[in-house]
Design a binder for this molecule. Structure first.
Ligand code: FAD
Length: 348
């Protein structure tokens, strides 16, 4: 083990929970590594780069893309080691060290670990219609990368959760017409979003689902959608420009299933932790959507508290005499030089 590089803390997952953990670990002067399976940091926010987010404390309305940019900038404050395109496949422990096995074959060594994998590697649940995948290159979408693309188009959205409703509201002023197809007659989305949508021009088709996609003459693009009302059996054929499917994401639980360490879990997927982000395995902490505890807030804002708690507990795990939490950032000596520069700017 002479040539291995050992980190104080390794964060698995580069979404908001992982990025804020990386910043906070730097604040606590820990040697930090962050490992992300995708080619870029930002996590689930990449699903909604053009959605405007209003509920991050102290941050005005901001697009997903800009929030990712700011989260990344903050995370890089203390220059953590960043490893991209590396899926961690298992976690084990030898004596005092955690060993994280990456899909690349590399083993990452760490004194403590934060699991910040959200819902695992994101895989949208696909439309269950034979041959639908061929339209993914044209007008069948599982994400919205550009609102502009939908300008003056007729769009059928399938789904009834927060994402579907958010997109119906965001696209309604842009598109020519929005239909929302939902298999139930009530929505599980946030009340205010549902109210906004119900008071808009979005046309909701309840008890319904998409049962067929009819191609244009070239067989490359969806020209019409068949929608079946499950209660009446009535079939409606709508000419469309685009179909947007928001049926949620498949949960990839392989990391914890493949690991020798067996933290207590909930529903075989979530980590059953404490409100201070501890798991049942000493030295292994969790933050963000993967963590469940009393008082859990499944919002970006909630990931920050999980992250700071996880880092503070990790710091004490490897240095039992360390203080319980970091000093507030305005007093923290690691910022003193930068604070001086900013104050000098102010009095210029
Ligand atoms: C459409 C939509 C809209 C939303 N809108 C809002 C909103 O307006 N406000 C709000 O507060 N929240 C919103 N949310 C929720 C918010 O995005 C999540 O709560 C937040 O992203 C959770 O952050 P996280 O870091 O825990 O997980 P994630 O963002 O899911 O990040 C986890 C990261 O871990 C990586 N990963 C997973 N497994 C591995 C592995 N084995 N090895 C390495 N890396 C791995 C993934 O690739 C991913 O990058 C929305 C969610 C969706 C889907």
């Amino acid at each position: 083990m002479e040539n291995i590089e050992i980190y104080d803390i390794t964060i698995i997952g580069g979404g908001p929970a992982g990025l804020y953990s990386a910043f906070y670990a730097g604040l606590r002067e820990m040697k930090t590594k962050i490992i992300e399976a995708q080619h870029d940091l930002g996590g689930k926010i990449h699903v909604y780069p053009e959605k405007v987010i209003w509920d991050v404390g102290g941050v005005g309305p901001i697009t997903g893309a800009n929030l990712i940019k700011q989260l990344k900038e903050q995370a890089m404050t203390f220059s953590p080691e960043v490893v991209l395109n590396e899926k961690i496949e298992s976690i084990s422990k030898e004596r005092d060290l955690f060993l994280l096995k990456g899909a690349s074959g590399e083993i990452h060594y760490s004194k403590s670990v934060i699991v910040a994998i959200g819902s695992g590697i994101l895989k949208p649940q696909k439309l269950n219609i034979e041959g639908a995948e061929k339209f993914e290159l044209s007008n069948l979408h599982y994400m919205v990368n550009s609102l502009k693309y939908f300008k003056d188009r007729t769009v059928v959205i399938s789904g009834g959760g927060n994402s579907a409703i958010d997109w119906a509201n965001a696209l309604e002023p842009v598109a020519k017409k929005i239909y929302l197809v939902h298999r139930r007659d009530c929505f599980s989305g946030h009340e205010s979003q549902v109210t906004q949508m119900m008071n808009s021009s979005v046309e909701c088709l309840f008890h319904s689902s998409i049962t067929n996609l009819i191609a244009d003459q070239n067989r490359t693009t969806i020209a019409d959608v068949e929608i079946t009302n499950q209660k009446t059996g009535e079939v409606l054929r709508l000419p469309v420009d685009d179909v947007l499917v928001n049926h949620g994401f498949d949960q990839d639980a392989s990391l914890l299933q493949n690991s020798e360490l067996e933290p207590k879990m909930i529903e075989d997927f979530y980590i059953d932790g404490t409100p201070t982000s501890q798991t049942s395995v000493p030295g292994l902490f969790a933050a963000g959507d993967i963590l469940k505890h009393e008082g859990k807030l499944n919002l970006i804002a909630g990931t920050f508290q999980d992250a700071a708690n996880a880092v503070n507990k990790a710091k004490q795990f490897i240095e039992p005499a360390a203080s319980q939490s970091a000093m507030v950032s305005s007093h923290n000596k690691v910022f003193s030089e930068r604070n001086k520069e900013m104050l000098l700017e102010l009095i210029k």
